[in-house]
Design a protein around this ligand. Structure first.
Ligand code: GLN
Length: 454
C-alpha cells in the first residue's frame, strides 16, 4: 500500500531519492513467514520505514543529497539500520535532504526540491524535509531523520508530524555521514508520539562502534508514552522559555503555542516562566561550531575515496588538482559557504576569536539549561518561529534561512533531547509545532508530556 502511495504522489512531493521496492517487499514477505511460524516479533515488525539519505545503507545508494556522492553504494549498514533490519521493518527507500544536512528547507539538495504535502508551493522544512514529507503525505508511516540544529524537529513542525532529537550519545552515530560530530543525532519522524517512542527505543541504546555512545540503559520511552496518554500530568513542572517567543514569531504560531500550554495546565501540570539569557547567542555560536566541524568532516570527499571524481582541465592530474576539480564540481554553494566559514574560523590566529569564543558560549547555554531544569521538569517553546514558507523565498538569504533554527539549536549545543509535535493549524491553515525539551538522558519526559498533549 505504501509503495502504491509513493507511486501515486511522489512525483509531486519528491520525498524520495531512491525507492527500494524489491528489498522492502522481500522483508515484508519474510516477516509474514516468521509470523506464520509463530515467531515472536518486534512491535514494529512489518511496518515500513523511510530513511534519510545521510544514513548509510548496504547495497542502497547513499548520497547525503550531494553530487559528490552520486553513484556511491555503501558496503555496510549504519548501526540504526542494522537494528531496523533485525526487527523486520521493510525499508521503503532513501529520502531527500539538504546537501550534507545543511539547510532548513531541503532546497539545498543537489537532486531537486521536496514539496510540502500541505501546500506543494511551500518548503517541507530541512534538512530532513524528505523524511517529514514522506510521513505527512502517507508515503511512509515511519521515517528516520538526523538533527544537528533542528533538522528533525523543524521539518516535523512545518509538516504536522512528530519528530524527536534524542539525547546526544543515546542513538549510535555509526554510519551517519557526519556533519558536525558533536551535535549530530539520529531520531524518529512519525505521525504519533507512541510511534516515535517505539522507533526511538528500537534504534537507541549503547553501541561500541560509536565512541560517544552512552553506555548505560535509559528509561523506557514506550512506558512513558503510555503513561502520558492517560492525560494526567499532575506534579509535572513545565518551564516556558521567555527568550523563545515574542518578536519574530508568527501570531498564529504563538496562539497555538498558548493553547497547548492551557492543555498542559488542564492535565495538571504547573507552568513556570524560565529565562535562558544566553539562548540569543546560540545561533551565532552554532554557525561557527557547526561549519568548523563540517569543514573537517567533509575533507574526506577528495575525489579519490568515494563517489564523484572529476579530472582537472588546468594541468596534470595531481592529487591537489583532482581534489579541487572534484570538490568544485561536486559541492553545492551552501556546502562551499560553510566549508570556507569553518576553515576560516579554525585557522591559526582566528581560532580563539571565533571557534574558542563559540565554545565558551556553548558552555553558557549548557548552564542556562541546568538552571532552567532546576526549576522545571521539561521546557517548552514553539518549534519554529513560522509555518512553512514558500519555496524560493529565503534561498538567496542565508541569514533569513538560519533564523528558522533559533528555537531548535540550543538543544543540540547542550546535547539535551527535544520533541516536536503538532499544536494545530496556524491562521494561514498550515501546521505549527510545539517543542518539548528535557534534561540529558531524560528522554522519557518528552514522551510523557507529548503523549498527554496528543
Ligand atoms: N538548519 C540547520 C542548518 O542548516 C540544521 C541542520 C541540521 O540539523 N542538520 O545547519
Amino acid at each position: 500500500a505504501h509503495l502504491d502511495r509513493i507511486a501515486a504522489v511522489d512525483g509531486a512531493v519528491h520525498a524520495f531519492l531512491h525507492v527500494s521496492a524489491e528489498q522492502a517487499l522481500d522483508t515484508a514477505r519474510d516477516v509474514d513467514g516468521r509470523r506464520a511460524r509463530g515467531e515472536e516479533l518486534h512491535a514494529l515488525a512489518g511496518v515500513p520505514i523511510a530513511v534519510k539519505d545521510v544514513v548509510v545503507t548496504e547495497g542502497l545508494p547513499t548520497t547525503a543529497g550531494s553530487r559528490i556522492l552520486e553513484g556511491w553504494v555503501p558496503p555496510y549498514d549504519a548501526t540504526l539500520v542494522s537494528r531496523i533490519k533485525a526487527a523486520g521493518l521493510p525499508i521503503l527507500g532513501k529520502t531527500n535532504m539538504d546537501e550534507f544536512a545543511m539547510g532548513s528547507s531541503t532546497e539545498h539538495s543537489a537532486y531537486g526540491d521536496t514539496h510540502n504535502p500541505w501546500d506543494l508551493d511551500r518548503i517541507p522544512g530541512g534538512s530532513g524535509g524528505g523524511s517529514a514529507a514522506a510521513v505527512a503525505a502517507y508515503e511512509a508511516p515511519l521515517a528516520i531523520g538526523t538533527d544537528t540544529g533542528g533538522s528533525i524537529r523543524q521539518p516535523a513542525a512545518v509538516t504536522g508530524t512528530v519528530g524527536v532529537k534524542p539525547t546526544y550519545g543515546s542513538v549510535s552515530r555509526y554510519g551517519l555521514i557526519a556533519m558536525a560530530s558533536s551535535l549530530d543525532q539520529a531520531g524518529p519522524v512519525t505521525r504519533t508520539v507512541l510511534d516515535a517512542a517505539l522507533l526511538h527505543e528500537l534504534i537507541g541504546g549503547h553501541d561500541p562502534l560509536d565512541s560517544t555512545s552512552i553506555p548505560e540503559p535509559l528509561p523506557s520511552l514506550v512506558e512513558a508514552a503510555r503513561a502520558g496518554a492517560s492525560g494526567d500530568l499532575t506534579g509535572v513542572r513545565v518551564g516556558v522559555i521567555t527568550e523563545l517567543q515574542g518578536e519574530g514569531y508568527q501570531a498564529g504560531v504563538l496562539a497555538r503555542f498558548h493553547e497547548s500550554l492551557e492543555l498542559l495546565q488542564r492535565a495538571g501540570a504547573t507552568l513556570v516562566e524560565v529565562s535562558c539569557p544566553h539562548f540569543r547567542y546560540a545561533l551565532g555560536a552554532y554557525y561557527l561550531i557547526m561549519p568548523s566541524e563540517a569543514s573537517s568532516n567533509l575533507a574526506k570527499f577528495d575525489g579519490m575515496r568515494f563517489g564523484l571524481r572529476v579530472e582537472p582541465t588546468d594541468g596534470p592530474a595531481t592529487a591537489e588538482r583532482v581534489m579541487a576539480a572534484t570538490r568544485g564540481a561536486g559541492f553545492g554553494d551552501e556546502v562551499k559557504r560553510r566549508v570556507i566559514l569553518g576553515t576560516y574560523a579554525l585557522s591559526a590566529g582566528y581560532y580563539d576569536a571565533y571557534y574558542g569564543s563559540a565554545q565558551k558560549v556553548r558552555t553558557l547555554i549548557q548552564r542556562d539549561f541546568a538552571a532552567a531544569f532546576a526549576q522545571a521538569d521539561v521546557l517548552v517553546s514553539p518549534t519554529a518561529p513560522t509555518t512553512a514558507f514558500k519555496l524560493g523565498e529565503k534561498l538567496d538569504d542565508p541569514l533569513a534561512m538560519y533564523l528558522n533554527d533559533v528555537a531548535t539549536i540550543p538543544a543540540n549545543l547542550a546535547g539535551v533531547p527535544g520533541l516536536s509535535l503538532p499544536s494545530g493549524l496556524s491562521d494561514d491553515g498550515l501546521p505549527a509545532g510545539f517543542q518539548i525539551l528535557a534534561p540529558a538522558k531524560a528522554d522519557d519526559r518528552l514522551y510523557r508530556v507529548g503523549a498527554a498533549l496528543e
